[in-house]
Design a protein around this ligand. Structure first.
Ligand code: PRX
Length: 631
């Protein structure tokens, strides 16, 4: 598919995508199977915003992920599943098998009364059935809303309510190292307070006892037995919704990012092939959970669109010991390994000895995603894991962008540690100053924006278009604002600095400080709180909370523990603060706004210069906070 095979071809493709984007994307899109070709390639307006790609085109993405491959790749593995426990049996699903299971489960959904356009919530572990569930939704035109299995019942309930989902697909539980974690129970808890009539489909995985509610809950395996093998794919318009995925922003509740069918397919299919330079027959392993966008685009859709073999792993990198990932790479002769800097740092900290028994010779390309990768982690990944011979693609993108935006193309773009490097064809990044003027000089930090649409960009936030406009298109009219800071060097290479808004990136997970504050404030003794990120050696950023209590706690340690538990309960363990300080006051301006800039500096341990503090209401508060930390 208009493959990029050398740097010259990359430059030519990039130039064409600037000069004639419609021609460029028409050529790419023609590599896919459309029931009816589009009438118009693109209509766009970044003010409203209103972006449409491949208008009038008709397709079903599962015909591109499955049906289209069956003749040639039917018996080839589509999914290899490695369980949590290394001694448990693996599972391999060929394209034929995956196709059959998807069709059957699509019929299960139909039997449960799911129609085109309905939202289906998927709350599942990393098992092949999560992919089957997603594709079955897409097969019948239902919109999947996958919720990460680590989210609490409250977070799950909010997402079910916001998407107005009336079917939840879940599992009895899942494994994480030595732990067995319930899922169905969390769903039951969540649904207690949901007023929309529900059906729940439960996949039996751990075998732990669950409470099945008659009339509402059905077992996956029982429902599958009764379903037929054939399911004609629903004809979808290119702009029909494919999925909703919730992500955190700087304000309020998580928002449901909406992606549509045609553009998302074209972009994830194209970028998977180009960035990783995927060659047929290769085993691709992306360690992301399907609950995040990386899992959607590069565990499920991107690889399957290309007929790839994708590895899915249920376990964790450090159990039974820190060689688990290397063992899996050798076991399945993984060729492309795509993971997050936080995992790299965690394994690097365990020492090089864990790698020694493994050859890792099968690896051809390695990749990083989710947060800035620091030089030390980059070097370690490149030399110890990639043995200095595998290109390391540092891929920058977001839930909202749907696919990789700025990244080296494996083996083609010269590598520069810590640089996401060059924009992919079709992507027009700019760096703006605070006034919205384009910064054209090199090496100057500014705000990363995109000035032209790409096929897999966010279309709206579910049920609240105004929120989409305000969040991404209002700050700098005419641009999509990413929320990230970046700078460009003399070669045009981009270095992503990190979020410039009140979003923190903890182990590659996006967490809104406001969400954590709202959760902390639910503790009975908490009056107010402020949350900021701070540099963390493994997680990238840790969460630091400054909390004002109603009355001084008798037992500070106990109160802090309780606060942590409240956050775990309301959001999930990923949002639990690493450090909590109980303070007497927060640095506020005369108008009552918390000066987070000061808290961030304190959290970073940089108390030498707070900049302009003339608007601070009570300057002595700052000294007291510093003292509280020292104590
Ligand atoms: O800050 C950037 C960071 O992750 C954010 C997007 O998070 P999310 O929507 O959860 O998607 C993560 C996976 C695509 C971005 O705004 N980020 C992502 N990739 C990189 C990165 N920061 C630096 N370098 C990257 N390669």
């Amino acid at each position: 598919m208009n493959d990029i095979r050398n740097f010259n071809e990359y430059q030519k493709a990039y130039q064409l995508s600037l000069a004639n984007p419609k021609k460029f994307w028409d050529e790419v899109a023609l590599n896919f199977y459309w029931r009816k070709k589009w009438d118009e390639t693109l209509q766009w307006d970044f003010i409203k915003p209103d972006v449409k790609w491949f208008l009038g085109g008709k397709l079903n993405i599962t015909e591109n992920c499955l049906d289209r491959h069956l003749d040639v790749l039917g018996d080839e593995p589509a999914i290899i599943w490695e369980p949590n426990h290394p001694d448990e049996p693996k599972r391999i699903l060929s394209y034929n098998e995956l196709y059959l299971q998807v069709c059957r489960f699509a019929n299960v959904l139909k039997n449960q009364g799911v129609y085109k356009g309905d939202r289906v919530c998927i709350y599942m572990p990393m098992v092949p059935e999560v992919v089957i569930a997603m594709l079955a939704c897409a097969r019948i035109g239902a919109v999947h809303s996958v919720v990460f299995g680590g989210f609490s019942s409250t977070a799950l309930r909010e997402r079910i309510e916001d998407a107005q989902s009336n079917v939840v697909i879940t599992s009895d539980g899942y494994y994480r190292g030595t732990k067995q974690i319930p899922m169905k129970q969390t769903v039951d808890e969540a649904l207690k307070q949901v007023n929309i009539e529900q059906k729940v489909i439960v996949f039996r995985h751990t075998g732990q006892p669950v409470n099945m509610i008659s009339g509402r809950d059905v077992w996956w395996h029982e429902a599958m037995q009764m379903a037929s093998n054939e399911c004609e794919a629903e004809e979808m318009d290119a702009e029909d919704m494919l999925f909703i995925l919730y992500t955190s922003g700087s304000t309020g509740k998580p928002k449901g990012v909406v992606h549509t069918t045609g553009g998302y397919m074209v972009y994830t299919g194209y970028t998977f092939k180009q960035v990783f330079q995927y060659r047929s027959g290769e085993v691709f392993w992306c360690t992301a959970d399907v609950g995040w966008i990386t899992g959607h685009s590069y565990v499920v859709y991107g690889p399957l669109l290309n007929g790839a073999t994708v590895l899915i792993f249920e376990g964790v990198p450090t159990w039974p010991d820190p060689s688990r990932l290397w063992q899996v790479i050798d076991k399945y002769k993984v060729n492309i390994f795509y993971t997050a800097p936080t995992a790299i740092r965690a394994l690097m900290a365990e020492g090089d000895d864990w790698l020694k028994p493994y050859s890792l010779q099968s690896l051809r390309v390695i990749g990083s995603v989710g947060e800035p990768i620091n030089q030390e982690a980059w070097e370690w990944f490149y030399h110890q894991v990639g043995k200095g011979k595998c290109p390391l693609v540092d891929t920058w993108w977001q839930t909202e962008t749907g696919g990789i935006m700025i990244s080296p193309i494996a083996g083609i773009t010269p590598l520069k540690p810590t640089y996401a490097s060059l924009p992919l064809p079709g992507i027009q990044p700019v760096i703006l100053d605070a006034d919205g003027k384009e910064i054209t000089e090199n090496e100057k930090e500014g705000l990363l924006c995109i000035k032209f649409p790409w096929p897999s960009m966010i279309r709206t936030t579910f049920g609240d278009h105004e929120r989409c406009r305000k969040n991404y298109f209002a700050a700098f009219p005419g641009y999509y604002f990413t929320g990230d800071g970046a700078r460009r060097d003399k070669d045009g290479f981009y270095r992503i600095i990190g979020r410039v808004d009140d979003v923190i990136n903890v182990s590659g997970h996006r967490i809104g400080t406001a969400e954590v504050e709202n959760a902390i404030n639910e503790h009975e003794n908490v009056v107010e709180s402020a949350v900021v990120g701070y540099p963390h050696p493994i997680k990238g950023q840790g969460i630091m909370a400054f909390v004002i209590c109603n009355h001084p706690p008798d037992d500070e340690a106990k109160t802090k523990k309780e606060i942590g538990e409240v956050v775990t309960q309301i959001i999930g363990p990923i949002a639990r603060p690493d450090k909590i300080y109980i303070v007497e006051g927060l640095p506020k301006t005369r108008s009552g706004k918390i000066m987070r800039r000061i808290l961030r500096k304190i959290a970073e341990g940089d108390i030498s210069n707070f900049g302009d503090t003339s608007t601070l209401l009570e300057p002595e508060v700052v000294k007291k906070i510093i003292q509280a930390i020292k104590n």
